[in-house]
Ligand binder design. Structure first.
Ligand code: BGC
Length: 364
């Protein structure tokens, strides 16, 4: 078994208050204890990252179909009111479990509390809702994601022979707890280098909503403010990375300034192959979807699982039972691993403009 993929033993050890409405361990078989699973999923948007529609939807469908459960997957398109409306409709339609990727902790919490009050099982999928009430949290080790980004940028700066490089930050959305965790991860690698004056800390900005066009505007301002003196960009995902790359291209310095990313998007992989992006972080969403689907089905049956791990909610103070999977750094030489894993296809990545780079990176 690979590290980080936790065995989910079916042990009913967790004392979770939210389970009362659908749990009956006495074996008397109340009507509620054997609900036919119907799982509702609310995805956040389709622009901050292509992953939600191209990977999460696909792999969640795959997992639900394999398990033979009913499901309803909807996308809130970055609109909090829509997010709440979808949740209410799903609860009314009788979902037994609700899985959310929150747009912020406030609306996330409102939705989780409403579901809980109606006896609907809840899972925080990918993003932890601070102060929330989800029964489980399924994600990746997000601080490690950030650490891989920090280490990746350092590796690429060394390869470029950069001396006292100025590093700029394009952080994720301030409303996303994951963005906080990614930053804690890359700061753990880069801050010691700023403190020792090996590197110089440049502009450090968050990008609201993980929005690509906003990131491009912010990065252009960062370049102006530093009079063009940015030697490396810690971009928190491939969307933000591509925004920085578009501005570097405009200034004809793409390829000279390493840029990080996350999500192993087709665009990110192509940017890496072309030498415009230093690295990305691959998160095997198939495993994340499978773990969440397994938990949702268990909860719908009125059962509980011991995930063997908890995450502390810094706001609510709760220890949330969690499944945290292991992310992987991707550079030019292992882009092929993402394709071999079925996350992206050769046809998607190796289009005419990238064919020669694919051949050079052993993708055949
Ligand atoms: C996810 C990333 C994604 C970002 C923007 C984060 O919460 O973990 O994979 O790139 O949101 O959608």
């Amino acid at each position: 078994m690979r590290k980080g993929i936790l065995t989910i033993a079916a042990v009913g050890l967790l004392a979770s208050g939210g389970l009362t409405a659908c749990s009956d361990d006495s074996g008397t078989g109340s009507a509620d204890s054997k609900k036919t699973p119907k799982i509702g999923v609310i995805l956040p948007d389709s622009k901050s990252s292509p992953r939600w529609e191209t990977a999460d939807r696909r792999f969640l469908e795959e997992a639900f179909k394999a398990a033979g459960v009913q499901y309803d997957i909807q996308n809130a398109q970055n609109d909090k009111a829509t997010f709440q409306t979808i949740a209410e409709q799903m609860i009314t339609s009788g979902v037994t479990a609700l899985m959310i990727v929150n747009l912020d902790s406030g609306t996330g919490k409102a939705v989780l509390d409403k579901a809980k009050s109606q006896g609907v099982a809840t899972i925080d999928y990918d993003r932890l809702t601070l102060g929330g009430s989800a029964q489980y949290y399924v994600s990746f080790d997000n601080e490690t994601v950030g650490k891989l980004q920090g280490e990746g940028l350092a590796k690429c700066l060394t390869e470029k022979g950069a001396k006292n490089p100025v590093v700029a930050y394009l952080n994720g959305s301030p409303t996303d707890n994951n963005a906080t965790l990614f930053k804690a991860g890359y700061d753990s690698v880069l801050k010691p280098k700023f403190d020792s004056k090996e590197y110089t800390k440049g502009p450090d900005d968050a990008v609201p909503g993980w929005d690509g066009p906003t990131a491009a505007t912010i990065f252009e301002q960062q370049l102006t403010a530093t009079k063009g003196k940015i030697d490396g960009v810690l971009a928190a995902n491939d969307t933000l990375g591509n925004a920085a790359i578009s501005i570097l291209k405009k200034n004809k310095i793409n390829g000279k300034v390493p840029v990080t990313g996350q999500d192993a998007s087709v665009e990110g992989l192509q940017n890496i192959l072309a030498g415009d992006q230093c690295m990305t972080v691959y998160k095997a969403v198939r495993e994340e979807a499978k773990a969440a689907s397994d938990l949702a089905i268990t909860l719908a049956k009125g059962e509980k699982k011991d995930t063997g791990q908890t995450v502390k909610d810094p706001e609510g103070g709760r220890d949330v039972p969690s499944v945290l999977l292991t992310p992987k750094a991707i550079y030019k030489d292992n882009v092929k691993d993402v394709i071999a894993d079925g996350y992206a296809t050769k046809e998607q990545v190796c289009t005419a403009a990238y064919a020669k780079f694919c051949a050079g990176a052993g993708i055949s």
